[in-house]
Design a protein around this ligand. Structure first.
Ligand SMILES: [Zn+2]
Length: 348
């Protein structure tokens, strides 16, 4: 499959609204790509899109590969007397970037803007307004009108549309539509020696919730969590390592707040990358958590590892990624799955 196809899939998935617990549009856009490439497909009670791509039978392993469909965004919690929407965040968003931001409200994508105090009146431009004091303006003129257009529980996303930006791709929700793109590319390719359970999980951003269910239901022998991770690779004053760098290949997480990578898989992935001459990097430091954190202690334990596409400005309205990193992540995962054997996973 060509780089153009990966980018087309990434853009289509990036533009879909899908805050945690409301990922239906992402599932809807993924499904056509999978047609004819998987042997079974269903949506579980959480909303996880669970697929099975049967292996060639060369080995008996069941391998789970996940990517989360949800993105950070907002939810309508109430309405003000003059017709604005009171909001709360769904997942982690920096309040500094919110005022003045264009957003899309509800499944119809109603345009809105997060209210911004005029600079002429602002008491201190250094003060950060907490989300509790921010509202979304949809042009409604009364509480009743606002409640009709955007009832409590309505979801709000960034308004960004994916586009080319120099050699990079810009768009929202690359955490984790980048991972969803990698998973889709794997499923669309030829079968692996093992059975592959490809699961598009839900509610990762609010506590790895879909992955917990998917890890239990698929009872895998090993798991790979695919991510779009932080690249704070711009120049810094001090001598500190960036978490990851755009253009330097897939990012392997050896440890974060949610898990420690299985040493067997870590060794296998690194050796595979070196053998295939695919560039790779390690996440520095191991901040955050991923679906692997929920999967690795399901049932009797699951050897797990997280591999990510580096993305600048995640959890904000516009993220950037390098398409070469996307292609290298797909290539690394394909090679690692092709080379995985029961012997590699065996603990002495
Ligand atoms: Zn993520």
């Amino acid at each position: 499959m060509s780089n153009e196809t990966y980018i087309e899939i990434l853009k289509a998935l990036s533009d879909a609204p899908g805050t945690s617990g409301d990922e239906i549009e992402v599932r809807r856009r993924v499904r056509p790509y999978l047609e004819g490439h998987v042997d079974a497909l269903h949506v579980d009670h959480m909303g996880n899109l669970v697929t099975l791509k049967k292996g060639t039978g060369a080995n008996p392993l069941r391998v789970l590969v996940t990517a989360h469909t949800d993105e950070v965004g907002f939810m309508v919690m109430d309405h003000t007397g003059d017709g604005d929407l009171k909001i709360d965040t769904v997942g982690g968003i920096d309040p500094r970037l919110a005022p003045g931001l264009e957003v899309r409200v509800g499944s119809e994508g109603l345009p809105g803007v997060i209210g911004l105090e005029a600079i002429h009146r602002a008491k201190s431009i250094d003060a950060v307004t907490p989300f509790a004091n921010l509202t979304v303006d949809i042009g409604a003129s009364s509480k009743e009108e606002a409640a009709k257009l955007a009832p409590i529980g309505t979801r709000i996303t960034f308004a960004t549309r994916a586009q080319q930006l120099g050699n990079l791709i810009a768009g929202k929700a690359f955490d984790d539509r980048a991972g969803c793109t990698v998973l889709t590319a794997l499923l669309m390719g030829p079968p692996f020696p093992c059975d592959l359970y490809g699961v598009y999980t839900v509610q990762e951003e609010v506590g790895l919730r879909g992955a917990r269910v998917a890890g239990y239901a698929t009872a895998p022998d090993a798991a790979f969590a695919l991510e779009g991770t932080i690249a704070d690779d711009l120049p810094k004053d001090e001598d500190v390592s960036p978490t990851s760098v755009l253009g330097k290949g897939p990012v392997i997480t050896v440890m974060d707040r949610s898990y420690v990578a299985a040493t067997s898989l870590l060794k296998h992935v690194v050796q595979t990358a070196q053998h295939e001459m695919i560039p790779f990097q390690f996440k520095q430091p191991g901040i955050g958590g991923t679906d692997a954190g929920a999967i690795h202690f399901t049932r009797g334990g699951v050897p797990s590892i997280t591999i990510a596409v580096p993305c600048r400005y995640i959890h904000g309205p516009i993220a950037l990624l390098n398409p070469q990193d996307l292609a290298h992540t797909i290539a690394l995962l394909r090679a690692a799955l092709e080379g995985l054997t029961p012997e590699i996973l065996h603990l002495a």
